[in-house]
Design a protein around this ligand. Structure first.
Ligand code: DX5
Ligand code: ZN
Length: 216
């Protein structure tokens, strides 16, 4: 079954507790928390405290997506999180970062910007829990899925299968009922959406539609 991650970037922050509850009841599998520093991406999203609140307010796994330049500086802040996604473009020594994430008891996920070739992560595939394929340029919710990314997901899936690696593919950006099936057919194990979940009037209906679009 495909996992659905709800990115809280489009949630109503004045009512976060309710929003999380609604998404949880609607059947999402995990929460995705976008952390931005205004350097790695041209935006600032939310503080570390919000991620900690989310973790306290839900029993579902929480994935923190670090869109920050200095990954090393922040890892220790996320001790309670289930998954920590870091960008390969931001780190010089990925093995060191992966070790640090493992040491605090979280699972490491490596993220790739759309134009970053999958070859960049070939030698760390045995060390990570997942690969987060960005299907928009990171920084904002509500952008359009970049179609050529379907090919990238497919290539990554082959690389994983051929190498016999045990790695999940997460897809993030522009996911909706039209693009989700494309990502899943290409090999995605998990899809992440902000606007297609929290941006909709009826969260329950939105999650149901997403789930149906990928065949349940
Ligand atoms: C983009 C973030 C995404 C974003 C997705 O920088 O990493 O997680 O929240 O938003 P949608 O689903 O609206 O494209
Ligand atoms: Zn994200």
């Amino acid at each position: 079954m495909v996992l659905i991650g709800a990115s809280i970037l489009s949630a109503d922050f004045s009512n976060l507790k309710e929003e999380l509850k609604k998404a949880e009841e609607a059947g999402v599998d995990f929460f995705h928390v976008d952390m931005m520093d205004g350097h790695f991406v041209p935006n600032i999203s939310m503080g570390i405290g919000i991620a900690k609140h989310v973790k306290k307010l839900t029993s579902l796994p929480v994935e923190v997506h670090l869109m920050v330049e200095n990954v090393d500086l922040f890892i220790n802040e996320f001790k309670d999180m289930d998954y920590i996604s870091f960008h390969i473009e931001a780190v010089k020594f990925p093995f060191r970062i992966i070790n640090k994430i493992n040491e605090i008891g979280a699972k490491p996920i490596v993220a790739l910007n759309p134009a970053t070739p999958i070859g960049r992560i070939e030698y760390i595939l045995d060390e990570v829990y997942g690969v987060l394929v960005m299907t928009v340029e990171p920084g904002f919710a509500g952008q359009k899925f970049i179609p050529i990314m379907v090919k990238k997901i497919r290539k990554l899936k082959s690389m994983i299968v051929e190498g016999g690696h045990d790695v999940k593919i997460f897809v993030d950006g522009g996911i909706n009922t039209e693009t989700a099936p494309l990502a899943v057919k290409a090999g995605a194990d998990a899809i992440i959406a902000a606007s297609a979940i929290f941006g909709k009037e009826d969260i329950k209906e939105a999650v149901k539609a997403l789930r149906e679009s990928v065949g349940g």
